[in-house]
Design a protein around this ligand. Sequence first.
Ligand code: ADP
Length: 399
Amino acid sequence: MQVLVLNSGSSSIKYQLFGSDLQVLATGLVERIGEEAGHAVHRITGADEPTVEDAVVPDHASGFATIVRALEQAGLGDELGAIGHRVVHGGAEFTAPTVIDEQVLERIRAQVPLAPLHNPANLTGIEVATELRPELPQVAVFDTAFHAGLPAPAYRYAIGDDVHRDHGVRRYGFHGTSHAFVAKRAAEHLDRPLEELALITLHLGNGASVTAIDGGRSVETSMGLSPLEGLVMGTRSGDLDPAVIFHLIRQAGMSPDEVETLLNRRSGLIGLCGDNDLRTIESRAAGGDQDAQLALDVYVHRIRKYLGAYAAVLGRLDAVVFTAGVGENADGVRRRVCQDLELLGIRVDDARNDGVRASAVDGGVAAVQAADSRVAVLVVATDEEREIAEQTLVAVGER
Ligand code: ADP
């Protein structure tokens, strides 16, 4: 049975088609939906060249139809048995992948106030896929689900229970599929049961978060009510004093929407130095650019602060795991994050770390710690789509 995994954004749909052994049969992307000129790329496994279509894609329904057509043209999709959807926010409601029916759809809609920037697009993806392929089970896999078992001291903010209860104000955590996936891969690599391990997983992509995992369970994570809290990200500020928001509203005359856009789209690395691509920032810093150097310094400092805090939360530590675009590729960031952390038992071997890119390593896992490091330092290629495909199969009872 094949599984199609969809990740629907506000103007794009990313997809991967998996075969019955979870081998990738096709991947692709439809973007600039609703804009003057749409763009779609379909890569069929085994084909020499990707198929590229430049045509207007007026809405998500046409975007999904484009995907179905491309798969059919490649002779794929006949054995499609389920569609797995990435859904960013499951609130406190959803703790596991869930087969979608009208009632579930309603409950996902009810989470929109918690994730106004993400859930509406995910919902649109579900709606168009259901309309075009009503006979297939559609499964929602939530970014929040892995963190659903956070203990109260980790998920509660220090505000009244009425605010928590009435308005859902608590830590939910995100990137759960990625943290869960790399934790499993780390345990396999260490050849130890996940249930025994204390891990800190660093998902450093454009969005970034860190999770403390004890015995396979998320016990603390840096993103909160929304993906805005925690680490410095490409365009998001991460942690700041909540009073900054009132200050900007009162003193700078900004509206709540303007502050939201500032903190989500124009802060983090791009706010500090004008770029959000870490490769560009690294090369600017290497050329002596002070703003780029400061951006890198703030970025690394924040990660180190969390590493120390999460080591204390766990009380023990077997491995630190680096993943996503920056974690998998930026050896300089890994080196700086782990520098002078002997007190936590962490020591990286520069010769092993230099130039390591997770996707280029056999099995997608590389160990870069020094021989005498008490804690393993692993670079792991994440694969959220595969994890969503697997969880989709579990939800429909195929695993
Ligand atoms: P997203 O959250 O959009 O999925 P990714 O996980 O793809 O993001 O990560 C994007 C980030 O990874 C960008 O900042 C990019 O600069 C960085 N990155 C990718 N490749 C490298 C590399 N070789 N060296 C340094 N940074 C890299």
